[in-house]
Design a protein around this ligand. Structure first.
Ligand code: FAD
Length: 425
């Protein structure tokens, strides 16, 4: 707690602000069209006992933020496929960007359990919102911190932490998704600058991003990270339309047509595919926690709905089939919580391995998808409407199960770990 007093104070201040806001319930009640968020988190194995006061403070701060800034609006944003750009600054204010990075760069200096809790709370609100935050923290700020020069850290991290700038991460290409090593985006050394050519696809945040961390090959075929800024000539970010998933998150391409990138924008610290993979480990860890948030929201909604909905003269929660579903949901959520908590401790100790992170990402997302599908049925016809968060979570999770390594690719990572035999190619 002492190592990040400023951050702690920041959360305390936010908490007080939240309490004041709660006091003005008359005002919030006046917003009749806005949804009330009565979410209550399940904690069947009393995992709260494993959390520090700081963890709990972080959680209550982010939970209140989600209830206030996301829940009332998310259904509308998702229905309209609208990315609420103003949320970026608000995420910065609440400390959602790069929470584990040092306070000297305007970040949180928190541990990985706190990071997981933040991702869980945000994704409880919406996976698209969590994607915005985890891309910024794990895929843009993390590589700049880990592989960047001191000048790059000082230039970019404070602005990204505060939400003044939005970032994106360009690895995937139209012809290279699960196999990023085949990428064709490349740069040439022109003496006083690099010349970047190629295209990236499926890039979260790209249409609104101020900076992009882009992975490209040099003339020797070695992968390096480059920081590309909006406004550089020949750099465009067309938006991808028509998604049925992560509709409140903006996704697009990155197109590089002879972009002159200053030499000081190359990340000097690490090259090769291992560099972007390290970033993905951090982001996948966040997803493992985040997906549990989506599952908890579906479970919470299903629990309340089945107790209120009367059929055959009784609440549908009184039928054994409903109780079986609820019991199995809670069991799976609890198992995933325990797995993630242990992984978080390993992350804190710097001992977590890529296959361990793959197992957690894979487990959490599959669990959340199954729970969202069950919850959808338990809500009957209402389950397909925006009156409840279920269908939105379910559709979002179809992206989460694919991005940052598909479900099957993570299985192959585990298969390789178990047998020592890579089955990728
Ligand atoms: P493919 O690689 O073509 O895979 C198609 C299918 O083949 C999958 O089922 C896969 O599991 C399977 N498959 C592939 N290879 C094998 C194999 N060896 N053995 C068995 N099965 C195999 N990327 C970024 O760089 N930055 C981002 O910010 C980002 N955001 C995204 C946001 C969204 C909404 C989405 C949908 C994607 C995003 N991605 C991003 C891209 C994402 O990481 C890729 O979609 C993912 O890695 C899969 O690549 P692909 O879509 O090309 O599928």
């Amino acid at each position: 707690m002492n190592k990040n007093v400023n951050y702690f104070c920041k959360f305390e201040a936010i908490l007080l602000k939240n309490l004041n806001l709660m006091a003005t319930t008359a005002e919030s009640k006046a917003k009749k069209s806005l949804k009330q968020d009565g979410y209550e988190q399940p904690d069947f194995y009393v995992l709260d006992d494993l959390l520090t006061e700081e963890h709990k403070l972080v959680r209550s701060s982010i939970r209140d933020f989600v209830k206030r800034e996301i829940s009332p609006y998310i259904e509308d944003w998702a229905q309209r496929a609208h990315f609420p750009y103003e949320i970026v600054k608000k995420f910065g204010d609440v400390g959602a960007f790069g929470p584990t990075l040092p306070v000297e760069y305007g970040c949180g200096g928190l541990d990985y359990i706190s990071y997981g809790i933040i991702m869980q709370e945000i994704e409880r609100g919406d996976s698209g919102m969590r994607s915005t935050a985890s891309v910024q923290g794990s895929l843009v700020m993390y590589p700049i911190y880990k592989f960047g020069s001191e000048a790059q850290r000082k230039k970019y991290l404070p602005k990204l932490a505060s939400g003044e700038w939005l970032g994106c991460f360009g690895l995937t290409e139209p012809d290279h998704g699960s196999n990023p090593s085949g990428m064709v985006t490349n740069f040439k050394d022109m003496g006083d600058h690099y010349l970047l050519n190629g295209a990236k696809m499926w890039i979260s945040n790209s249409p609104k991003a101020d900076v992009a961390v882009v992975w490209a090959k040099n003339e020797a075929g070695r992968i390096h990270g480059l920081i590309v800024e909006r406004g550089m000539e020949g750099f465009t970010t067309p938006e991808t339309h028509g998604k049925w998933s992560l509709r409140a998150s903006t996704t697009g391409e990155l197109v590089f047509d002879n972009v002159k990138v200053p030499k000081e924008n190359l990340l000097p610290g690490k090259n090769g595919l291992g560099a972007p993979m390290m970033c993905l480990d951090s982001a996948r860890y966040g997803i493992a926690w985040g997906a549990i948030g989506a599952a908890m929201d579906c479970y919470d909604s299903a629990k309340r709905y089945t107790k209120e909905r009367i059929q055959f003269g009784k609440p549908i929660a009184s039928f054994q089939l409903m109780q079986k579903k609820l019991a199995e949901m809670l069991t799976e959520i609890t198992k995933a919580q325990l797995l993630n908590w242990r992984l978080g401790m390993l992350m804190n100790e710097g001992k977590a391995t890529t296959p361990q992170i793959s197992m957690a990402k894979r487990n959490s997302v599959e669990m959340a998808l199954k729970i969202s599908r069950e919850a959808r049925q338990m809500h009957g016809g209402m389950g397909i409407t925006g009156e409840y968060p279920i269908m939105r979570h379910m559709m979002n999770l179809e992206s989460v199960v694919t991005y940052e390594g598909t479900h099957d690719i993570h299985l192959l990572i585990l298969g390789n770990e178990i047998t020592g035999i890579p089955a990728f190619s």
